[in-house]
Design a protein around this ligand. Structure first.
Ligand code: ADP
Length: 587
């Protein structure tokens, strides 16, 4: 068993050693892939960073180095595709990568002859030297301005300065992005296509040194103190470019590269790498501009939200406008219809009143001769008493007899006056008005007005009206008119009978007052009963056919109902009820 065990152990040891050897051989060949932001094109980028790359190759000879150059968007896409381990880029791009790809700065570039690492880069806004109209950044409002890209750090630095002056570059400038290299920006300003250009700090000085730009050809606008930077800038300064690792970079490789960078000795360009700087000022720039990690806050603005959802906003606005127009139209139509209804209602009211008056006058006409006769009686009595007084005065002073006769004259005059008052009241035109009324008095007045006519026709009217009835909310004249209509119809019905009787009865219960007019006429034939309440239905040669239909309208307007039936012993019974003002309270 023991020899066998020792053989297995030896085998495992050999296998592990072989494996380790294979891994270390792979390490030596592991490529290190570096992306470099090329703001002036690929050649320029290679030239700028050659000392660093050569130093790394020397410091890490076991690794093979691959360099890719391109724009910020290109490098971000390469990181997303796991094609890069390290990136040399501007601070703004670094912060973008920090959020999305856990990027970390291993070192920050420093120019030994130049500024502090934390004040290494900014941006310059330049115009053609003779352009006198633009002196400060505030003068840029409404001018044509050109920059490389909205993501370029130089543009972002200028954006912040403009924003502090109340200028939104995307709204208050005529802004064009021409892409990299920055030479395109120079060309645009030089050709007059734009009045001003935005480039990163020192780019102009570099081009002057390369004779790509004549020294006094351009002028930097809104110049600020640039400390030891040695270039003209229009913005505050930010930390220099970082050497960045991303999430997928192996920690060992990152450590090797970081160590190598910090050990780099300054070359002819006097550039070295130092401990990574504090990039919080760049984070502040992102925060102020609401870009990068702060972009969601930008979107929270109402206008941005509306702009982002402009299709829905337009639909909502259209729907709201439609609704507004629709509501306005409906409101207009409702008002118009209400006006029309009010007019129609008013016209109907006037017509109703006219009809009522017509019926009243017609009733009055029918009762006129008997009423005239009725008035004649007190007048004749007055005459008789007056003559009697004369005689008594002539025959000697019978003061008591004269006093008595004068008293009778007064009584008769009052009687005649009452008749005239009732006639005048009844025939007057009036606007309907319902008020609490003593119905007992209303019905008595109606019967009193009707009695002369009945007497003239030789008909007995038996009125059974309790002396005290509860009050009813009613129009006194209208109620009187209904009762007189029913009495007149009853009189017409019994006119041809031998034994003629009309009875008016009023009874009250807890809720209502009921009125009935019974006659012993021929009764209601079915073909008549069917049309009784229709306007203009009449079987009389001189009838208007309006009495019952009008009476029905009046009774219903008082909350009651008018009905017609045949009497138990022949004849007809017309009746209606009226609601009391309030229910009696039972204790
Ligand atoms: P008018 O009295 O002018 O005819 P009304 O509307 O008052 O109009 O009556 C309509 C019709 O109803 C009368 O013509 C009559 O035929 C019938 N009528 C009304 N009251 C009675 C009644 N008490 N008995 C029989 N018929 C009646």
């Amino acid at each position: 068993m023991a020899p066998c065990f020792s053989f297995v152990r030896r085998f495992v040891f050999v296998a592990v050693c072989l494996g380790a050897a294979a891994v270390s051989a792979e390490d030596r060949t592991t490529p290190i892939r570096i992306g470099v932001l090329a703001y002036r094109g690929s050649d320029e980028a290679h030239r700028d960073w050659r000392p660093t790359l050569e130093h790394l190759e020397r410091a890490l000879p076991q690794n093979k180095f691959h360099v890719e150059t391109g724009s910020a968007a290109f490098l971000t896409a390469a990181v997303a595709a796991h094609r890069l381990d390290f990136i040399i880029t501007n601070p703004g791009h670094f912060l973008d990568l920090k959020i999305d790809y856990s990027a970390r700065a291993l070192a920050t570039e420093q120019d030994l002859a130049g500024p502090l690492p934390s004040e290494s880069i900014g941006a310059a806004v330049f115009v053609k030297a003779p352009q006198a109209g633009i002196q400060g950044l505030a003068d840029l409002r409404n001018t044509t301005v050109v920059a490389t890209s909205p993501d370029a750090f130089g543009f972002r630095a200028v954006w912040r300065e403009l924003q502090e002056r109340g200028i939104d570059p995307f709204k208050n400038l005529s802004l064009t992005f021409v892409g990299f290299p920055v030479d395109e920006v120079i060309k645009a300003v030089r050709s007059g296509r734009a009045e001003a250009g935005i480039i990163r700090s020192c780019a102009l000085e570099t081009m002057i040194a390369e004779s790509a730009v004549v020294r006094d050809e351009f002028r930097v606008v809104g110049r600020r103190q640039a400390g030891a930077l040695g270039c003209e800038v229009s913005t505050r300064l930010y930390p220099g470019w970082p050497f960045v690792k991303v999430a997928q970079t192996s920690p060992a490789m990152a450590s090797d590269v970081a160590k190598a960078l910090l050990a780099m000795q300054p070359g002819a360009d006097e550039k070295i790498w130092t401990q990574p700087d504090d990039y919080s000022s760049v984070q502040e720039l992102d925060r102020v501009l609401k870009i990068g990690p702060y972009a969601p806050f930008r979107r929270l603005g109402l206008l941005d939200l509306l702009w982002e959802n402009r299709l829905w906003a337009a639909l909502a606005a259209t729907a709201a406008a439609w609704w507004f127009v629709h509501a306005a139209r409906v409101s207009y139509l409702v008002k118009k219809r209400t006006r029309e209804l009010q007019k129609a209602h008013e016209a109907a009211r006037i017509r109703g009143e006219q009809m009522e008056h017509t019926v009243r006058l017609s009733l009055m006409g029918e009762m006129a001769s008997s009423l005239a006769h009725e008035i004649n009686q007190p007048l004749a009595a007055i005459l008789t008493y007056a003559r009697g007084c004369e005689r008594r005065i002539d025959g000697g002073a019978d003061v008591e007899g004269v006093r008595e006769a004068i008293g009778r004259i007064a009584t008769q005059a009052e009687r005649a006056g009452d008749i005239v008052r009732r006639m005048r009241d009844f025939s007057r035109k009036h606007a309907s008005q319902q008020v609490p009324v003593d119905v007992s008095k209303v019905f008595r007045d109606a019967v009193a007005l009707f009695e002369p006519t009945a007497k003239a026709a030789g008909i007995d009217v038996v009125a059974d009206i309790p002396a005290h009835l509860p009050f009813v909310r009613a129009d006194r004249l209208q109620l009187e008119e209904v009762v007189l209509n029913l009495l007149q119809n009853a009189l017409d019905a019994v006119a041809a009978q031998g034994d003629r009787k009309i009875r008016l009865r009023v009874v009250a219960d807890e809720m209502t007052i009921r009125i009935s007019v019974t006659d012993n006429g021929p009764g209601l034939k079915p073909e008549v009963k069917e049309h009784l309440f229709e306007p203009f239905f009449t079987t009389k040669p001189n009838g208007l056919g309006l009495g019952l239909s009008l009476s029905q309208t009046i009774v219903e307007a008082h909350g009651g109902r008018l009905s017609a039936d045949s009497g138990s012993q022949g004849g007809a019974v017309f009746g209606f009820y009226l609601p009391l003002i309030e229910k009696p309270v039972h204790v």
